[in-house]
Design a protein around this ligand. Structure first.
Ligand SMILES: NC(=O)c1ccc[n+]([C@@H]2O[C@H](COP(=O)([O-])OP(=O)(O)OC[C@H]3O[C@@H](n4cnc5c(N)ncnc54)[C@H](OP(=O)(O)O)[C@@H]3O)[C@@H](O)[C@H]2O)c1
Length: 269
C-alpha cells in the first residue's frame, strides 16, 4: 500500500472510524487533513500520527456552518497544492421511533444538516479544484442499514439515502472528467456513535481498525461500492421482493431487540 503523495481530507476525524482512518492513511504515507468541531480531540489524533512520523494537519470547524466550512476549505487549499481525496465521514445518528418524533422535525433537519448538506457542501466546494486537476476522489460514508429494511432510524437513514443518491448523480455526471466516487456501507461498528445505544452493548460489531480499513480499501481501489456480503444480499432481496423482505425483517428485528434488551437486563441484575 503506497498512498504517499496523496493528500486526503477526512471529516469527522476526531473520533471513531474517521480518527482511525486518519491514522491508517497516514501510516500508508498519505498527508491527512482532519476536520471536526473538537480541536482538543483533533490534537490528540494529530499527536498520535506525528509520533509515528506521519504528515497531519488539523482544521477544527463545524461543517454544518457554511461560513466555517468555506473558511476551513479555503485554508486547506491555501496550504496544500493538491487535494486528492475527500472522505465525507462526519455524521450524527438518532435512534427514535417515528411515533416518538411527531413534534421533532428538528431531528430530521439536524441529521440532514451534517450527514447530507455538509457532505454536499464539502463536495461542491472541492469540485472546482478536482476538475482543475482532472482528478479527485470523493468517498461518502453510508451504512448497511440503507441496504436492509430497518426500523427506528428514520431521520438518520433518510439522510444517508440522500447522500447515496447524490453520489450516484455525481458519478454519472463527472466520472468522465476524472472524478471517482465511492460509497462505503458500514455494518455496525464499535464507536462512540454506536455506544450511545445501551442495548447495542452485546451486538456483534466491526472494530474501528477493521472499519477504517474499508475506507483505505475504497481509496486504493476506487471501487464505487464497499459493502458487506450481508448488505449486498439483503439489498438484492429488498429490490427484487420488497414486500416479502419487509415482512421478513419486521419480526427479525423485534426478536433481535428483545434478545439484546434481555442480555442488558441480565448484566444489570
Ligand atoms: N458506528 C457505526 O455503527 C456506524 C455504522 C454505519 C455507518 N457509520 C458511519 O460511519 C461514520 C463515522 O461514524 P462513527 O461511528 O465513527 O461516529 P463518531 O465516533 O460519533 O464520529 C462522528 C464524527 O463526526 C464529527 N462531527 C459531527 N458533527 C460535526 C460537525 N457539525 N462538524 C464537523 N464534524 C462533525 C465528530 O466530531 P466532533 O464532535 O468533534 O465535531 C466525530 O469526529 C459516520 O458517517 C456514520 O454514519 C457508523
Amino acid at each position: 500500500m503506497n498512498l504517499s503523495k496523496k493528500t486526503i481530507i477526512i471529516t469527522g476525524a476526531s473520533s471513531g472510524i474517521g480518527a482511525e482512518a486518519a491514522i491508517q492513511l497516514a501510516q500508508a504515507g498519505a498527508t491527512v487533513c482532519l476536520i471536526a468541531r473538537r480541536a482538543d480531540e483533533l490534537q490528540k489524533i494529530q499527536a498520535t500520527i506525528q509520533a509515528q512520523a506521519g504528515q497531519v494537519f488539523i482544521y477544527p470547524a463545524d461543517i454544518t456552518d457554511a461560513e466555517q466550512l468555506k473558511a476551513c476549505l479555503d485554508k486547506i487549499l491555501s496550504e496544500h497544492q493538491k487535494i486528492d481525496v475527500l472522505v465525507n465521514n462526519a455524521a450524527r445518528s438518532i435512534r427514535r421511533p417515528i411515533l416518538e418524533s411527531l413534534d421533532r422535525l428538528h431531528d430530521y433537519e439536524r441529521t440532514m444538516q451534517i450527514n447530507y448538506f455538509a457532505a454536499v457542501n464539502m463536495t461542491l466546494h472541492l469540485l472546482p479544484h478536482f476538475l482543475a486537476n482532472a482528478s479527485g476522489h470523493i468517498v461518502n460514508i453510508s451504512t448497511m442499514s440503507t441496504q436492509v429494511p430497518i426500523p427506528l432510524f428514520s431521520a438518520y437513514l433518510a439522510s444517508k439515502s440522500a447522500l447515496e443518491s447524490f453520489s450516484r448523480s455525481l458519478s454519472m455526471e463527472l466520472k468522465g472528467k476524472g472524478i471517482d466516487v465511492s460509497i462505503v456501507y458500514f455494518p455496525m461498528v464499535r464507536t462512540p456513535m454506536s455506544s450511545k445505544t445501551a442495548i447495542y452493548k452485546h451486538m456483534k460489531m466491526l472494530d474501528t481498525p477493521a472499519a477504517a480499513g474499508w475506507i483505505v480499501k475504497a481509496i486504493e481501489k476506487k471501487s464505487y461500492r464497499v459493502s458487506s456480503k450481508t448488505g449486498l444480499v439483503a439489498n438484492a432481496l429488498l429490490n427484487t421482493a420488497p414486500t416479502w423482505a419487509m415482512n421478513l425483517s419486521r419480526p427479525l428485528f423485534q426478536l433481535m431487540d428483545q434478545r439484546l434488551k434481555k442480555k442488558l437486563k441480565t448484566d444489570e441484575a
